[in-house]
Design a protein around this ligand. Structure first.
Ligand SMILES: C[S@@+](CC[C@H](N)C(=O)[O-])C[C@H]1O[C@@H](n2cnc3c(N)ncnc32)[C@H](O)[C@@H]1O
Length: 216
């Protein structure tokens, strides 16, 4: 783990290039179908609901499983991830964009999901991201996202699927305050494993899984 504080490095571009480079390997290590991790959301949604998948990756497993019952729009920074997602989930709609540059009409979606993606944006932008999501959601809609337990300064690691990757995150307590301030009621805080499995024993692989609801 090394501090990500080099002013000469564009860390957003690093994330984009690194996911382009490791998209295949990352996707093939991911399980094929989503299970319990989406249940708190799917148990509350009607069939045909519209869902935004933020940092959708190659569309597996989240967009793939959701697209069987819902209308899914996936957004991802990586062109290669989006290319794979279109192959893997032909029934969903995919957009290649930085989520901070994406433009959706206000009150478009019944839910948004973000699995293992928010921590790749600089944490100074996380409140603004939640504000954008809040605007794009319909009143009463849901946000299901993986967050982080610990507050950590931005850092890079060189051994993420053989590429250098960037992370930046607050701790769960700060996120829960932020979500409430932005206009979400926190309905549920669970835990899920690493992105590529169900392994939740190691502390660094335990990701808080938070379900929020738009309350104005
Ligand atoms: C760890 S992968 C998770 C992919 C997928 N959600 C899953 O559950 O496997 C993180 C994804 O977030 C995407 N991502 C990172 N920063 C992003 C940004 N600013 N805007 C959109 N997507 C982003 C990456 O390209 C990558 O596909």
């Amino acid at each position: 783990m090394k501090p990500a504080n080099d002013p000469n490095i564009d860390y957003r571009e690093l994330v984009r290039q690194s996911y382009d480079a490791c998209a295949h390997e990352y996707a093939s290590s991911r399980k094929h179908e989503a299970g319990n991790e989406i249940h708190a959301l799917t148990s509350r949604l009607d069939d045909g609901a519209s869902i935004l998948d933020i940092g959708c990756g190659a569309g597996i497993p989240i967009a793939r499983t959701l697209s069987r019952r819902y209308r899914v729009t996936g957004v991802d920074l990586s062109q290669e991830m989006i290319r794979l997602a279109r192959q893997n989930v032909p029934d969903a709609n995919f957009i290649c964009s930085d989520i901070m540059a994406a433009g959706f009409t206000n009150a478009t979606f019944d839910a948004a999901v973000a699995f293992y993606s928010i921590f790749h944006l600089p944490r100074e932008h996380h409140r603004a991201l939640f504000e954008r999501i809040h605007r794009w959601l319909k009143p009463g809609a849901y946000l299901l996202c993986t967050l982080t337990g610990r507050n950590e300064e931005a850092y890079v690691e060189d051994d993420f699927f053989d590429v250098t990757m960037f992370w930046s995150n607050f701790g769960l307590d700060e996120y829960l305050v932020m979500l409430r301030e932005v206009g979400f009621e926190v309905l549920d805080v669970g835990v899920t494993g690493a992105g590529w499995g169900e392994w939740v024993e190691a502390e660094e692989e335990r990701h808080p899984l938070v379900l929020g609801r738009w309350v104005g």
